[in-house]
Design a binder for this molecule. Sequence first.
Ligand code: G3H
Ligand code: 13P
Ligand code: ZN
Length: 338
Amino acid sequence: MLPPGPQTGNEDLQSHQQIHKGIPMIVPTKSLFSHAYGKYAVGAYNINNAEQIMGLFRGNMDSKAPFIVQLSKGARSYTSKVLLEAMIRAAEEIFPDAIFAVHLDHGDEQTCYDCVESGFYSSVMIDASAEDFDENIAITKRVVDAAHAKGISVEAELGKLGGVEEHVSVDESDAKLTDPKQVQEFVERSGCDSLACAIGTSHGAYKFTGGQGLHFEVIEEIARRLPGFPMVMHGSSSVPQDEVERINAAGGKMKGAKGVDEAQITRASTMGVTKVNIDTDGRLVWCRVHRECFRDDPEVFDLRPAGKVFMAEYAKYIVHKSDVLGSAGQLDSLRASL
Ligand code: G3H
Ligand code: 13P
Ligand code: ZN
């Protein structure tokens, strides 16, 4: 399939948006980034179902934080992209004060075009990081041309994170930090709007075997070479140890699970890391709640009691994370800037 033909503006995006207090609720991702850059990071949370959406919106409203709802290819096909996107539109009505962007996470080229054409997404990520430098640029540039024609921004990835991404499995030994010497050329030639950088993290619940952490020297050098340009940190779950312990105490087997130190996330959030991707932590909350609920009430077979606990607990997690990212309390100032 070819990229969609050029359009003149972001009419499609706007036609789907709800306006509240004179301001669209689904905003361009770049508006979030320009407000946040260097001061705080916007949390980008993966969602798959209604309960995650409710917890995510509730938590961000409770902490008055802007946020990014992100959908992976797997999430879009889990039930149906139509259902998932409709639930996000419904959340706009339920939470009229929310300000957020909708983002495709780890897209391949065709999925990016599908999202661009839908007019619903604020931004897409093209993940061609498994390709060599020139091919990564070529693929990213095609997506950028199609997306920019519709007023949609593009996140690209340079470097290789460890762990497993949906269509790319990256062995720990093959993980490669982003080379700061390549970033200017990559951004100039591809035209991307933000850059997912490999700075020491990996996807999933087993990020570190010892005391490793973020490579601040890489973050610093990229920020120096690309001043004001938003960096994205994938694999940012902190894998709270109390969650892991509770999961294991309720029958789970998560030996050695370890995530990113939250103090390091806070520090990176003021250094140009403007989008912080979190999926695994939400899954851990889900897993802990459901394991405990069914362990403690083995006669229960209803889905709603555990679902209610999950929504409340996930909202609590989000409130905490907004403090870590510095996004808590930013909503009014952001609204005034739009
Ligand atoms: O980085 C990948 C995200 O955690 C999405 O995971 O592809 O299983 O939805 P998923
Ligand atoms: P985690 O696995 O650390 O939550 O990372 C999620 C992510 O990077 C989504 O793109
Ligand atoms: Zn990711």
